[in-house]
Ligand binder design. Structure first.
Ligand code: NDP
Ligand code: ZN
Length: 172
């Protein structure tokens, strides 16, 4: 419990000036918290390394946080999971999206859970609170790309996969 609260406080601080892309500009931290809620409440995940990695999953990708900083605060195992679900931002955008599809089959079991929760959360956002400047076509292309990523990591988290599939069926 203590390390989980520490992760929430760490991520809330790192994301404090960021907002999501929905019309209401939701505080960014709502998204990592949503991942942990999906994992714990909807799938019964109790592995604290997975839950911490879910809370921290966008800190390296979207803030100035370094892997060394995460390792010092949360250890190597949590940092490894976060790094597995972190895009290489030096790549062009389309290459990053292709890389997520290509790397999905090689993710560890713990990273698969975080990746599934991330795509479930983002698909829910696209359905309920999409970025206002996204066309229907863009929402559909985004949903289909999420499915290509998830199709590459199936077989280990059947409950999460079923939740993802339900969301995908409700896509725009
Ligand atoms: P982006 O990568 O720009 O945005 C999606 C990411 O934004 C999510 O993965 C999520 O990432 C974050 N995010 C923040 N707020 C929201 C929200 N409310 N809803 C959903 N995601 C949110 O989008 P893409 O480049 O992936 O564009 C989607 C698709 O559209 C692509 O497949 C691309 O090919 C296509 N496209 C179409 C265009 C068009 O005009 N038709 C133009 C550009 C792209 P995180 O969890 O990391 O925060
Ligand atoms: Zn995310």
């Amino acid at each position: 419990m203590e390390v989980l609260i520490k992760a929430v406080a760490f991520a809330a601080h790192k994301h404090k000036d960021q907002r999501r892309k929905d019309a209401g500009a939701t505080p960014y931290i709502n998204h990592p918290v949503a991942l942990a809620d999906i994992l714990a409440s909807e799938c019964g995940v109790t592995d604290v390394e997975i839950l911490c990695a879910a809370i921290l999953h966008d800190t390296i990708e979207d803030t100035e946080t370094t892997p060394e900083e995460l390792t010092a605060a949360f250890g190597e195992r949590v940092t490894k999971i976060v790094l597995e679900v972190t895009d290489d931002k030096s790549l062009p955008k389309q290459d990053r999206k292709d890389a997520q599809v290509a790397h999905a089959p090689y993710l560890s079991t713990q990273a698969r859970a975080v990746k599934l929760a991330d795509k479930i959360s983002n698909l829910r956002d696209v359905i309920k609170t999409p970025p206002p400047d996204w066309s229907l076509q863009r929402c559909q292309e985004y949903s289909d790309w999420c499915k290509r990523v998830i199709d590459g990591l199936r077989g280990e988290w059947l409950v999460l996969e079923a939740i993802f599939d339900k969301q995908y069926r409700e896509r725009p």
